[in-house]
Design a protein around this ligand. Structure first.
Ligand code: NAP
Ligand code: GDD
Length: 343
């Protein structure tokens, strides 16, 4: 029988790719969205374009992850087979400005969902969006499932708490609850306040003569960057196993922000030094200098592996931003944006 999934954070980068994957697999998908003063469904609007196909199996509900009563009501109504908990205040730099709110959503939000599942007696399989940011000031290179955590931001601390609550509910209540410890993953749908998309978007604008300068912070930090579409496949695989478990998902390669910058500008034949300036505002009180993951367990147990290389990711994102800008200039995008009405 076709399964039902509930996705929190459905309007985010990962939520949108995961929803596409689940709909392709025949799932009915329910997503939680929060009320905002402007449309926030831009990443999933296209899924409603075919009302007889995917659109007929996709349902959205207002629910903030700070609202336990609403969560319980919706769990009772939806009765999901699988719950992918992706909603979070996910920006590391912002978490230094909003540590309490980040703890409330990214940390306690997870407990609220786990406790709501327990309260309604749900047998849903649960996926927790854990993060390589938990490794922080890394205690081992490369990082794997057994590497101890050393978070370096309020976001990292909140994710460590959420990780352990997931393990705790698994062990205490025999819930099927798995942590995906995902390293950075990017795409043309990445918000432009994360460094990769900030760079590729700027390259497209600079190339078109619409922007003179790109202001960035620390160019020396290194990340293990993969492609978001590959990573949501790993999330799904984690919930198809007989037993719950925790998995690192990564490419096994690391590159500096500077390397991403050089490659992005080179892709359009420009020199980054002519456009990039340092801005103190983008520095963090504490930095994560080096992330590189060992995804052997995911490869062996889930049969998962990444399909997009670092160079491929840069090219894919720069090309997408060039196309997006051209479409915006032609006025094409207006037809897709804001076509869904809620409330
Ligand atoms: P994202 O693009 O920032 O999306 C976050 C989602 O959470 C959005 O749908 C957002 O809604 C929703 N959200 C935030 N606060 C909420 C609240 N109080 N109530 C309800 N919904 C709320 O993040 P992402 O890149 O897709 O990442 C998905 C998850 O994986 C996050 O938990 C993130 O921390 C984690 N993660 C990401 C990466 C990565 O490299 N992308 C790596 C490891 C772990 P709006 O659209 O309304 O803002
Ligand atoms: N955002 C941003 N903006 N980062 C910059 C900038 C800038 O202008 N300049 C340099 N950086 C550096 C940051 O200091 C950091 O070292 C690196 O670029 C990556 O920053 P982000 O792209 O903001 O990602 P992140 O690694 O901090 O966090 C992302 O990955 C985590 C997984 O490791 C987020 O997606 C988190 O939600 C996720 O958990």
């Amino acid at each position: 029988m076709a399964k039902t999934a509930l996705v929190t954070g459905i309007t985010g980068q990962d939520g949108s790719y995961l929803t596409e994957l689940l709909l392709e697999k025949g799932y009915t998908v329910h997503g939680l969205i929060r009320r905002a003063s402007s449309f926030n469904t831009g990443r999933i609007d296209h899924l409603f374009q075919d009302p007889h196909e995917h659109g007929a199996r996709l349902f959205l509900h207002y629910c903030d992850i700070t609202d336990a009563a609403n969560l319980i009501r919706l769990l009772n109504e939806i009765e999901p087979d699988e719950l992918y908990h992706l909603a979070a205040q996910s920006h590391v730099r912002v978490s230094f400005d909003q540590p309490v709110y980040t703890g409330e959503t990214t940390g306690l939000g997870t407990t609220r969902i786990l406790e709501s599942l327990r309260a309604v007696g749900s047998a849903a399989k649960y996926y927790q969006a854990s993060s390589s940011e938990m490794f922080g000031k890394v205690l081992e290179v490369p990082q794997k499932e057994t590497t101890p955590f050393y978070p370096r931001s309020p976001y990292g601390c909140a994710k460590v708490y959420a990780y352990w609550m997931t393990v705790n509910y698994r062990e205490s209540y025999k819930m099927y609850a798995s942590n995906g410890i995902l390293f950075n993953h990017e795409s043309p749908r990445r918000d432009a306040r994360f460094v990769t998309r900030k760079i590729t978007r700027a390259v497209a604008h600079i190339r078109a003569g619409l922007q003179d300068k790109l202001y960035l912070g620390n160019l020396d930090s290194k990340r293990d960057w993969g492609y978001a579409k590959d990573y949501v496949e790993a999330m799904w695989l984690m919930l198809q196993q007989d037993e719950p478990d925790d998995y690192v998902v990564a490419t096994g390669e690391t590159h500096s922000v500077r390397e991403f910058l050089v490659k992005s500008f080179e892709h359009v034949g420009l020199k980054w030094e002519d456009y990039v300036e340092f801005d103190e505002r983008y520095m963090r009180p504490a930095e994560v200098d080096l992330l590189i993951g060992d995804a052997s367990k995911a490869r062996e147990k889930l049969g998962w592996q990444p399909t997009v290389t670092f160079d491929g990711l840069v090219a894919l994102m720069v090309d997408a931003d060039i196309r997006l800008l051209e479409d915006q200039q032609k006025g094409v995008l207006g037809e897709v944006r804001g076509t869904r009405e809620f409330g």
